[in-house]
Every structure is written in structure tokens, then in C-alpha cells.
Design a protein around this ligand. Structure first.
Ligand code: CA
Ligand code: CA
Ligand code: CA
Length: 426
């Protein structure tokens, strides 16, 4: 038996689309080929014949290339439905350029879809960022247009932030300090499966006291879990800081992925006591990336604990004693304008902790206030300097101030002068 399934091509008229574009759109043959290459035969043909030509083809009065079914193109007025792919995956940038051409549409991942004026197809084909474009084809059964399952852009990485309530705090030795350890996310209030992180400190500077005010558990088990551990010192340990040698690990877990379901949460209050030799330290936070929720980054902030700046005192050479023939004379020489050797030669006390340079730096910083003893707005050698020397020598009352107070002074009595100098005693 002979099977009759041969297709008869005798009715199909030859149609040279590149030639048709050359005739109708004033393109060279190679420009026409490039256009077809970029936007496909359907859009190239629509560009050549326009909306009316598409209509005419549907009516049978205009030629259409074989294999193009004009009826299933998405023509609306003078626009045509397209889908375009960004060559460099930057769909947003492609959308912007297409909108400039009059596109009404949207982007999903690297794919832009929408309707564009037919007259702009030539310009569309020349866009630098365009991988390719195609006409959207209506499903022939007449149902709704179905979006292809295009891989969406990667999800935004969640920033998990651990921020102490203070970033710096000045604290004396032998003093208790507390600060809150706060949790937040970016984008805000993004729930996750939990968090585990370490708080690191230097045990030669501060003693760890148990944390207080731990936030409640949220879903599973007795939380949080915590343990005091040593900080592995290789490369500074988990926090990368070689000075910190201990840390406590805290973990919260929610198997439902709904932790903490709260924004700007205080996880706990950290408590430390500074040790007698405290000079300043830093408390850091760390997380092991393997222990973080998927698709998240850990963004910690440290707290710097500093020892407070010593308050200025008339002990100018810093040997622990206020003395007329050393500190007093240095002050007078300084106020006269002596610097270098001539400032300190023979007048620095035994056990001085400041050298000449440091004395100048110290007086440059605090001299204006401390050494303006009579309070007339400037520090003078033969007024303020003399008042300081007499005070250090034990002079009182009229003997203290006689002939040494400026006419425009704001402190004119022995009592006021004394009070000022006393405020800079050790
Ligand atoms: Ca460390
Ligand atoms: Ca001194
Ligand atoms: Ca003065």
C-alpha cells in the first residue's frame, strides 16, 4: 500500500525576506540579514509591512513569508508584542533602553517583555545590550499568554547585623560596663532560620560577666545556647583580632525559618568588668559562614572600650607632684614663648613622664584654659604664671594676688584664683 503523506509545496510562493526589507525599508542586503538575525523573521517582516500590512496579510491581500502566521502575532494598534533578552544579563538596563524606544512592558531576570511601536523595530535591532528579540506568539488555542519559566534574578542576600548599643565607651579600670547587643536585618525584618555568633574579648583587659536579659526563645528548644570558649589564636581567631583570646558562642534556631519575627531586637545585655591595668580594648563579634542561614552575610560592629583621657593638671612634667620650681617655671617659660631645650633645661622634676616635646603638646592643648588663672581670656607669664608659682609656693590671700591680676580679669579675689588653681590639682 502506498502511503500518501507528501506535502505539496507547489502553492508556496517564494518569498525573499531580506530582499523585501531592502525594497521596503531602504536597507542594504547585509543590514537586512543582520536585522533578521537579531529580531527574527516575524518582527523583521512586521517592521517591513507595518500594522496595516499585517492586517492585509491576514485578509490575504498582502504577501507574507511562508511559515509566518500573521494571525498569531500580538499586534495592537501600531505596536507589536516582543520578548527581548539582555546579552549581559542586565535586564534592567535593557528595559530602560526599550522604554526609551516606547516599550510598554516589564523585566524579569534578563528578559524584557511588552509591546513596542512597530516603527522602532529597526532601532531595537541595533541596541548594544540586546542579545536577541522575538515576536510574542499568541497561543493558537486562544487562551491566555503563558509566561515562559525564566530563571529569576538571584535573591537578594540578607545582611544580618550585630550592633552593640555603643560603638565606643570610655571606662576606668575596675569598673563594670554593660551594653546591649542588637540584631537587625537588611532588608528590614527578614525572618531566617536563626543565627549563631561569637562575642570576643581580651581577658588581659576585661573580665567576662554572664550576659543578662537574653531574648526569649522563639520556636524550638531551650534557646539561646551559649558556651564560653577560647579564641583560637591562629590569624587572630574567628574575629581576626590577635588581642582577643576568649569568646562566647550564642545560637538561636528556628526550624520554621521565622526567626526572630521581630525587628531591631536586643538579643542580650553584655557585661564586663575592666581589670586593674585596663588600658583600652575592643569587643568583637564573629560568625562562621557555614553556620549562617542560606543566602546571608554577617555584618558585625565592634565596641571600643577606651580608658578616659586624664583631666588636665598643673603637674606639667607629669611626675605626680605640682611644684613651683619645676612645673611653675616651665609654665612661665612656656608663656614667655620659650620652646625646645630652653623651655625645660634644669626645670623638669625627677620622674617626669613628659619630655620637652610632650610638654609643649600638652600645654598647647590645655594651656589656654588652665594657665589663664585670672580669667581675662589670655594666659600671661607675669600675671597667670606668677599666680601659679605663688600658689605652688603656698602663698595665700593678698600675698597670692598682689600686683599679679590683669585689670580685665574675671577672677580678681584670692578665693576665685585659688578655686581655679585647685580645680587643676592632682
Ligand atoms: Ca581573636
Ligand atoms: Ca610636676
Ligand atoms: Ca590671664
Amino acid at each position: 500500500m502506498e502511503i500518501e503523506n507528501k506535502i505539496d509545496f507547489s502553492d508556496v510562493e517564494p518569498f525573499d525576506l531580506p530582499e523585501y526589507l531592502v525594497e521596503n525599508k531602504n536597507l542594504t542586503k547585509s543590514e537586512a540579514s543582520q536585522l533578521i538575525d537579531k529580531v527574527g523573521p516575524e518582527l523583521a517582516w512586521v517592521y517591513a509591512v507595518g500594522a496595516d500590512g499585517v492586517d492585509a496579510a491576514i485578509q490575504g491581500t498582502e504577501k507574507a513569508p511562508p511559515l509566518i502566521n500573521a494571525e498569531i502575532l500580538y499586534i495592537d494598534g501600531q505596536t507589536v508584542g516582543i520578548r527581548a533578552i539582555a546579552e549581559d544579563d542586565d535586564g534592567e538596563a535593557l528595559l530602560k533602553k526599550l522604554k526609551a524606544l516606547g516599550l510598554d512592558g516589564s523585566v524579569r531576570g534578563n528578559t524584557v517583555s511588552g509591546s513596542i511601536p512597530i516603527s522602532k523595530i529597526g532601532e531595537l535591532a541595533k541596541l548594544e545590550n540586546l542579545g536577541w528579540a522575538k515576536a510574542i506568539i499568541m497561543p493558537v488555542f486562544g487562551g491566555p499568554i503563558i509566561e515562559e519559566d525564566i530563571p529569576s534574578a538571584p535573591e537578594e542576600v540578607i545582611q544580618l547585623k550585630i550592633t552593640p548599643s555603643e560603638l565606643t565607651e570610655a571606662v576606668e579600670p575596675n569598673t563594670s560596663i554593660s551594653f546591649d547587643v542588637n540584631y537587625s536585618t537588611e532588608p528590614a525584618e527578614t525572618p531566617t532560620t536563626g543565627i549563631a555568633f561569637g562575642m570576643h574579648w581580651d581577658s588581659s583587659q576585661v573580665a567576662f560577666d554572664p550576659v543578662t536579659g537574653l531574648t526569649e526563645r522563639f520556636s524550638l528548644g531551650a534557646q539561646p545556647i551559649s558556651a564560653v570558649l577560647d579564641d583560637p589564636v591562629t590569624n587572630g581567631g574567628l574575629d581576626g583580632d590577635p588581642n582577643t583570646d576568649k569568646y562566647i558562642l550564642q545560637a538561636w534556631v528556628d526550624e520554621k525559618g521565622n526567626w526572630p519575627n521581630n525587628s531591631n531586637l536586643t538579643l542580650y545585655t553584655a557585661n564586663f568588668t575592666t581589670l586593674p591595668g585596663f588600658e583600652g580594648t575592643q569587643i568583637n563579634f564573629s560568625a562562621n559562614s557555614d553556620d549562617l542561614p542560606a543566602n546571608s552575610n554577617f555584618v558585625p560592629s565592634s565596641i571600643a572600650l577606651t580608658s578616659p583621657a586624664p583631666s588636665p593638671a598643673l603637674d606639667i612634667d607629669g611626675n605626680g607632684v605640682i611644684d613651683a620650681l619645676t612645673d611653675g617655671l616651665v609654665a612661665i617659660r612656656y608663656l614667655f614663648g620659650f620652646r625646645g631645650e630652653t623651655l625645660t633645661e634644669g626645670v623638669v622634676g625627677e620622674g617626669a613622664t613628659r619630655n620637652t616635646e610632650e610638654i609643649v603638646a600638652y600645654l598647647d592643648e590645655v594651656g589656654d584654659t588652665m594657665l589663664d588663672v585670672d580669667g581675662n581670656g589670655t594666659a600671661g607669664a607675669l600675671t597667670d604664671g606668677i599666680l601659679f608659682m605663688r600658689h605652688a609656693l603656698g602663698f595665700e590671700d593678698q600675698a597670692l594676688i598682689e600686683g599679679a591680676v590683669s585689670p580685665d580679669a574675671t577672677r580678681t579675689t584670692a578665693e576665685a584664683i585659688n578655686a581655679h588653681l585647685q580645680s587643676f590639682s592632682l
